[in-house]
Each structure stands twice: as structure tokens, then as C-alpha cells.
Design a binder for this molecule. Structure first.
Ligand SMILES: [Zn+2]
Ligand SMILES: [Zn+2]
Length: 393
């Protein structure tokens, strides 16, 4: 139990106030939203509030109680090799862009391919190198690609913390893993393979591989982690690549029926914690070029009566209606940019604007204007730098 200020022997009217009770105040502060300004503002109210807010035990519980870190902004890689940050917090709490910045150089260009659990991942296939960067601490790990890989189609990063009560979002001192994906062609089929790097052992795992049905299939930078299984959309294909980290199995599953390979799509988490799928499709026809407005659809993957996994359509809504726009949306002027697992939200580019759609509430919000090629990598993390500054005062 925490320290109580109330003196039972000499009660005063002011001491009867609930906020005079440290335990109660702690419980109230734990219920603040996880976005950076709230706890910082509360810590400025009084010395006693600050004393609670800077307590490492309180901060640990604040994170584990919330479970999911907030969205701070996004990273994108500029053509000059500068990794730039854009905060999407409300004014005046936006984090300045130069707070998190990284310059990557090399004779060949780097590619930004993933951002998860507070870490940013870049690869350079020509130089056969991988960078894992923690923007909050500035820690950077430079890895050599696995020896068996001629190329790297894409890669993904995740926190490997195994301790009980760990909340992803403050993973800085925790070990991490990197999964790289590549493919090669054998006869008339493509073989896709993966290898996993562990920062605990410092080595790459043996290769795991699986054949794909046809040639010319590539793995895009569209990874979604559901539980401990990665999913990638396969390009030029109607399939999804699944890599189960616990079972160490690699498999291929179908997309939902009716979703065309050229539809803008993303794998998401289903409401029950399983695998889901989202796409901007046409609900009226199957023509590649059509004049209908795009329809936003979501599916869940569930076991049917016979125990076979099938896709079940959960939602279908016109994109114009979903976003509440007063103009007709052109199909070529709308696509899914990315999905953020921790905030369970999709980012959609529609007619020069980037929208976020919270999938639980289906609430949309316009974030900013952008060009269609903008590579939005959402960055979610607990961030208590203002409070850390108070600690030193
Ligand atoms: Zn973690
Ligand atoms: Zn149509």
C-alpha cells in the first residue's frame, strides 16, 4: 500500500478531500489517456502529483494497465536518406520533427520496410545490411543480411520480451527479432523463404521455405502481426504468406473470395483477435476499370462447421459514407496506406488527404494532406520525456 497523507488523529476538512489520499490519486492518474500530454499536465498540478507521476513503479503500471501504446506520429524515408518524423498529436503537444531523426547513407539507397514495438526497420538489399533503430533512445543496430540471402524482398521487426507483465510500447531495453523474407524461382514455381535474427543470440536462424503456386510473385512491405504470426500480402497473387514464429511454420492462405489482386488491401486483426482482412473493392462489378465508388470491406477468418478456416464478410460500407465526404471518390484516388496493430486503425489516402479510421468505432479523422506515394509508417509508443525532464529538477 502507498503512503497516505491523511492523519487519522487530526482530521481537517481539506484532508477529507479524495485527492488528498495518495492511493486514490494514483488510481485516478492511472486512468488518464496514454497520450503524452495528459500525464505530463497532471504532474504539473502539484508536487505530490509529480511525486506519483515520476515513480517508475507507477509508470510501469500506467503502461501495463493501458496495454496499448498511443500513436505518436509516423516515419517516412526521404530520397536523401533522411528518416523524418511527423507528429500527429494534437497541438500544442506535437513532438518536433527533429526530435526523432536519422540519416542513413550508403552507395545504394535504403528502404524503410517496417515499424513496430517502438523500433524502425530499414534494409539495403544491395549492401546486404539491415538497420534496427529505436527513435526514443537513439540505439541503432547494424546487421549483416543472412548469408543465404541474395536479396531481401522485405523484413519485419518485433519485440522479443518474454517476461510476464511486459507491455509493448516501452520495449527499449528488451531484446528484438528481425524476420527477413526472400524468394527464388525453381522451374515453374516460386519458393519463398524466411530467416529470423535474434538480438539475444546475435545469429540468424536456419531457413524455412514454402513453394508458391506460380512465378513472378513478390512479397510486399505489408506485414501484419496477429498474435505471434506474421502475415504478408503477396503481390501479383490472391494469396497471403503466413509465418508462425512459435511453431516455426510457413504457409500460404487465400485472400477472401471476390477480392481482386489489384484491389487495395491490408491484413488486419479481427475483432476476436484472429486474422482479418480489409480492402477497397467494388461492391457492384468485377471490372478492372469501373466507375463505381470504392467500397470499404472487412472480413474475419473463422472456422466453419467442419473446422475449415473460411473468410466471413463482417462489414461493407461505401467509402464516401464511411469518411463522410461530400464528393464522389474516384477508385484510382483512394488506397489503403497502412494498418497500425496497436491502435487497430487503418490509414487511407483519399483525394490528397490521409485519413485514419479507428476500426472499433469506425470513426474517421483527416490527418493531413499528402501525395499518393507517401509511405506512412505509424509510430506507436509510450512517451514520457516531459516527465523524465521533471525527474531531473
Ligand atoms: Zn515489447
Ligand atoms: Zn464497379
Amino acid at each position: 500500500m502507498g503512503r497516505r497523507r491523511r492523519q487519522p488523529s487530526s482530521p481537517s476538512p481539506a484532508a477529507e478531500h479524495p485527492l488528498e489520499d495518495d492511493d486514490l490519486l494514483r488510481e485516478i492518474l492511472l486512468r488518464l489517456p496514454p497520450q503524452p500530454p495528459y500525464l505530463l499536465r497532471a504532474s504539473l498540478v502539484a508536487k505530490r502529483w509529480r511525486h506519483i507521476a515520476i515513480d517508475p513503479k507507477f509508470l510501469h503500471r500506467f503502461r501495463t494497465d493501458h496495454g496499448k501504446p498511443p500513436l505518436l506520429g509516423d516515419f517516412s524515408l526521404q530520397i536523401n536518406g533522411k528518416l523524418s518524423f511527423r507528429s500527429t498529436l494534437d497541438l500544442p503537444y506535437r513532438i518536433p520533427p527533429d526530435h526523432f531523426s536519422l540519416q542513413v547513407n550508403g552507395r545504394e539507397p535504403w528502404r524503410l520496410v517496417d515499424c513496430r514495438h517502438g523500433r524502425v526497420l530499414l534494409i539495403n538489399s544491395e549492401m546486404r545490411q539491415v538497420i534496427v533503430w529505436d527513435p526514443l533512445t537513439g540505439d541503432r543496430s547494424l546487421l549483416s543480411a543472412p548469408p543465404a540471402f541474395d536479396d531481401m524482398h522485405t523484413a519485419a521487426v518485433l519485440c522479443a520480451a518474454g517476461e510476464q507483465g511486459h507491455a509493448h510500447g516501452a520495449c527499449h531495453s528488451s531484446p528484438f527479432k528481425v524476420v527477413v523474407v526472400d524468394s527464388c524461382e525453381h522451374g515453374d514455381e516460386t519458393v519463398v523463404f524466411v530467416s529470423v535474427y535474434s538480438s539475444e543470440t546475435g545469429v540468424w536462424s536456419d531457413l524455412l521455405s514454402t513453394p508458391l503456386a506460380s512465378m513472378g510473385i513478390a512479397v510486399g512491405n505489408r506485414s501484419t502481426l496477429v498474435g505471434n504470426t506474421f502475415h504478408w500480402l503477396l503481390l501479383m497473387s490472391n494469396n497471403i504468406l503466413e509465418f508462425d514464429l512459435d511453431r516455426q511454420t510457413l504457409a500460404v492462405i487465400n485472400r477472401p473470395p471476390g477480392v481482386r489482386s489489384d484491389d487495395s488491401a491490408w491484413i488486419i486483426q479481427a475483432d476476436d483477435g484472429g486474422v482479418g482482412f480489409s480492402a477497397l473493392s467494388c461492391a457492384h462489378c468485377q471490372y478492372v476499370y469501373c466507375y463505381h465508388q470504392p467500397c470499404f470491406q472487412m472480413w474475419d477468418r473463422k472456422a466453419n462447421y467442419y473446422g475449415v478456416a473460411v473468410w466471413v464478410l463482417r462489414k461493407s460500407i461505401g467509402l464516401q459514407k464511411l469518411l463522410g465526404l461530400g464528393f464522389k471518390i474516384e477508385r484510382n484516388w483512394s488506397h489503403i496506406v497502412r494498418y497500425a496493430e496497436h491502435v487497430h486503425a487503418l490509414f487511407l489516402w483519399v483525394h490528397s488527404s490521409l485519413f485514419i479510421v479507428q476500426l472499433e468505432s469506425m470513426q474517421p479523422k483527416e490527418l493531413f494532406k499528402s501525395d499518393p506515394m507517401y509511405t506512412y509508417y505509424p509510430f506507436t509508443s509510450f512517451y514520457d520525456e516531459g516527465i523524465s525532464g521533471l525527474k531531473q529538477k
